[in-house]
Design a protein around this ligand. Structure first.
Ligand code: FES
Ligand SMILES: [Fe+2]
Length: 363
């Protein structure tokens, strides 16, 4: 059922705080809770937006972070407000390996330590404790990622099956969800919606494995029914078996691998991988950055192969997204009435609720 007026629907993403008296809402420790931020990686900006010697500040929910690229090409991230009087260090300038505040030119290293005050020849020990918190950064998938706690326990994930590979990625775009990002993540393991939203009544069996580094992975297998044109076509091209994996990390990253062990007309084909990096907003809704990921391939043939995989991933995503996106505007995501068929969703909510919280949380 397609509604061509979907773009005119009221979309403000504030449904979490509406109807609280007449329709009480389950507030979770972490799931769909905009007051807390998990310990995880957040995509702060494309790599090309931060040249050597540049500094900029960005917000992730209620936390303002300055990122700067030193003259030796190291990307550093600190709490943004200067420990002197609180100027935004994003307005400062990079001096060697330090960031210099615009206002009175105090200088801080990438570890957050105070290195210099121009009007004082020497810093005495009373300044030893003057420092800003620093956060781990990574440059992956053509993006700068910042971790929300001082020590990170997992990497910016690679999709299932590519863990040991060099990967190459295409950044598609940023979209606004009009919902908290956990709602979007949950959709990946909502087994009922294949029949109700995508018109494909696949009965999936699934297995959940947790990894020590805070990632967990759903492996889902099912038979594609031949009941409608879509199913018949899928059976004809892909065969009857469907398998996909969904990998979650740190409450902020999700990677889906579509077509695990897929064959087209009997010949094995590589799976299609999409990574979503979530960027919570102060308003409580989230933006999400979408990356297509493939194994790194060199040479002209390799590049053509990867471009073809990116094209197929784009095609698949456009098909699924157009259908999924109809469900989100003004969706409340109540969890009072989970039924047996929602078991997979319940498991996801339970695991997300066990996530470690970062100090960027309000509570
Ligand atoms: S506010 Fe930064 S040096 Fe004064
Ligand atoms: Fe979907």
């Amino acid at each position: 059922m397609k509604n061509i007026k979907a773009k005119y629907r009221n979309k403000d993403g504030l449904s979490r705080t509406e109807n609280l008296r007449s329709q009480p809402h389950t507030k979770h420790r972490v799931f769909n809770n905009a007051q807390v931020l998990t310990r995880g990686w957040y995509p702060i900006c494309p790599t090309k937006d931060l040249a050597v010697g540049q500094a900029r500040s960005y917000k992730i929910a209620q936390q303002r972070i300055v990122v700067f690229r030193t003259e030796k090409n190291n990307v550093m991230a600190l709490d943004a407000f200067c420990p002197h009087l609180g100027a935004d260090l994003g307005n400062g300038r990079v001096v060697g390996e330090n960031i210099q505040c615009y206002f009175h030119r105090w200088e801080f290293g990438g570890d957050g330590n105070l290195e210099k005050i121009p009007c004082m020849a020497k810093l005495n020990s009373s300044f030893d404790k003057v420092k800003n918190r620093s956060y781990p950064t990574k440059e992956e998938y053509g993006h700068i990622w910042v971790h929300s706690s001082e020590v990170s326990d997992h990497s910016v994930i690679k999709p299932s099956g590519l863990e040991q590979e060099d990967v190459s990625a295409l950044y598609l775009k940023e979209v606004t969800l009009f919902a908290h990002h956990h709602v979007m993540m949950a959709n990946g393991v909502d087994l009922q919606h294949f029949a109700t939203v995508h018109d494909l009544d696949i009965k999936f069996d699934y297995d959940v494995a947790e990894d020590v580094d805070g990632t967990f992975i759903w492996k889902l297998k099912g038979k594609i029914p031949k009941e409608n044109v879509k199913g018949k076509l899928a059976n004809w091209i892909l065969g009857e078996d469907a398998e996909y994996h969904v990998k979650f990390a740190g409450g902020s990253l999700v990677a889906i691998t579509y077509g695990v062990n897929a064959k087209v007309f009997g010949r094995p084909v590589p799976p299609l991988n999409v990574l979503w990096g979530c960027l919570p907003q102060e308003s409580g809704i989230s933006k999400v950055r979408i990356f297509f990921v493939t194994k790194a391939r060199s040479g002209i043939i390799g590049k053509i192969k990867n471009a073809s995989l990116h094209f197929l991933t784009f095609f698949l995503l456009m098909m699924l997204k157009d259908e999924d996106i109809e469900a989100f505007p003004n969706m409340r995501f109540n969890t009072h009435r989970l039924i047996n068929a929602d078991q997979s969703l319940g498991r996801f909510i339970q695991l997300i609720n066990q996530s470690e919280l970062s100090d960027w949380s309000e509570t």
